[in-house]
Each structure stands twice: as C-alpha cells, then as structure tokens.
Design a protein. Structure first.
Length: 115
C-alpha cells in the first residue's frame, strides 16, 4: 500500500500511456509562469545588459518547452523524450549556475547593471 502511494507522483510510472494529469498540469503551469516571466519587465538579468539580457528569458522558455514536450509526447518512452529530459536538466543546471555566478559578481561589485 505504501509503495503504491509513492509511485503515484512519478510521472513515468503513473500511467502506461504517459504522464499523469497532475504532472501535465504542473508542466502547463510552469509554461504559463515562464510566459509571464518573459513578458514581465523585471528579470533576473535586466534586458538592458548587452548580449546576456535575454539569456535568462531564452533559457526559461527553452526549459518550459522541453518540459512540455517531455510530458505531452505521445510515446513517453521514446529516445527523443529521454534526450529532451537530459538536455533539460543539463541546460537548466548550466543556466542556474550561470545565474548564480552573475548574481555573485553583482553583489561583489564586479558586474554593474545599468537600467
């Protein structure tokens, strides 16, 4: 009984034909929040920073797109879904690491944003 309850929240094991409705709803909510973040004028990295200002918007949009693809693919066990999952985690990790470095440099006074 306890084991079945733990499996309920793992997307790959919820249903034989793909992700559960809960996982799909979370993916849609994440995509909507990313779209709001893209439209909202306040960013982690301001858009006035040349070259890197849109990187956080693009990274968030790419991650949301890969997440939607992963959860709504017709064959959840295909190679492209597995590749999308790995790319999502690798790219997401690099994006978070880059953002942390920029925030650290900002607080150290090395990088100054003008806006």
């Amino acid at each position: 009984m306890e084991e079945n309850r733990d499996l309920k929240f793992k997307c790959e094991e919820c249903q034989a034909d793909g992700c559960s409705p809960l996982c799909k709803g979370v993916a849609i909510a994440f995509a909507v929040l990313v779209l709001i973040y893209d439209i909202f004028p306040v960013d982690l990295i301001p858009d006035s920073v040349p070259g890197t200002g849109w990187v956080d918007d693009a990274a968030a949009t790419l991650l949301a797109g890969l997440n939607l693809y992963q959860h709504f693919a017709s064959d959840s066990k295909s190679k492209t879904v597995k590749i999308a999952r790995y790319v999502k985690w690798i790219f997401g990790g690099l994006a978070v690491f880059s953002a942390l470095i920029i925030v650290f440099l900002f607080f150290m006074g090395i990088v100054l944003f003008e806006g």
